[in-house]
Ligand binder design. Structure first.
Ligand code: G3P
Ligand code: MG
Length: 240
């Protein structure tokens, strides 16, 4: 497998550590990750927090909607193994100089505050818009981030592809498109490549699927167990 194949630690090293926590992101970096994916939501007082679900039950010892709790209330919760729900800025600090970060705009209204945060951070000497990829399932968030922060790469996320997705990708000038793995075919990979975009599949946790996608020419995958794939970098699989 060549070094241009992208392996993204999905919610950090979430297969083994509590997802979307600093522990999971640190473990992914220590295992060799050069790409991290995270999900961002807004607290009741407008802070950008890193958590996947709209409600707290699945990943913390709290309950109810994330957006109805202040940052102080959210920070008092256990997000697994004693970890706290991180701020987006904390994960960006951890990744700085080490990894590209895919910020998935999960919550409604996250695009503008994320853009404001990134505008500030991009003034730092080592910062580069090339180290950020903003993505979302939601058209509104994608359009807002594209308008506010045109220098940052953008990707629509979808469970299934369709005409509307490709129109949106064109309109946004998307760098990549992120699709659920069951809809990935060799033909689709070739079509997306012709459009000049990258195609990334989520969530791939087994080596057989990784090898098949790689052989077909896919550009990369999101994985909860990224460490098992880093070992294969530099090796070549049959047919590519
Ligand atoms: O962005 C890829 C993937 O993270 C989208 O699905 O539900 O894991 O955020 P989900
Ligand atoms: Mg995600």
């Amino acid at each position: 497998m060549t070094d241009d194949f992208i392996i993204i630690a999905h919610r950090g090293f979430s297969g083994q550590y509590p997802e979307n926590t600093l522990l999971a992101f640190r473990k992914a970096l220590n295992a060799g990750a050069t790409w991290l994916e995270l999900d961002v939501q807004l607290s009741a007082d407008g802070e950008l927090v890193v958590i996947h679900d709209e409600s707290l039950e699945r990943t913390t010892d709290g309950s109810g909607p994330v957006g109805e709790q202040t940052l102080a209330q959210l920070r008092a919760l256990d997000a697994g193994q004693g970890e706290k729900i991180p701020l987006l800025s904390e994960v960006l600090d951890l990744a700085a100089g080490r990894a590209t970060v895919n910020i998935e705009l999960k919550g409604a209204g996250t695009a503008r505050p994320v853009a404001r945060l990134l505008q500030q951070r991009l003034k730092r000497p080592q910062a580069s818009p090339d180290l950020i990829l903003a993505s979302s399932l939601y058209k509104r968030e994608l359009i807002d981030i594209a308008v506010e922060l045109p220098e940052v790469r953008i990707a629509p996320v979808a469970e299934v592809p369709g005409a509307e997705l490709w129109r949106l990708a064109d309109r946004l000038g998307a760098w990549s498109v992120h699709l659920e793995k069951s809809c990935i075919t060799e033909e689709l990979i070739a079509e997306v490549r012709q459009s000049g975009r990258k195609l990334l599949a989520y969530t791939v946790n087994d080596i057989e699927t990784l090898q098949r996608f790689y052989r077909w020419g896919l550009d990369g995958v999101f994985s909860d167990f990224p460490q098992q794939f880093f070992r294969t970098k530099g090796l070549s699989f049959h047919g590519r």
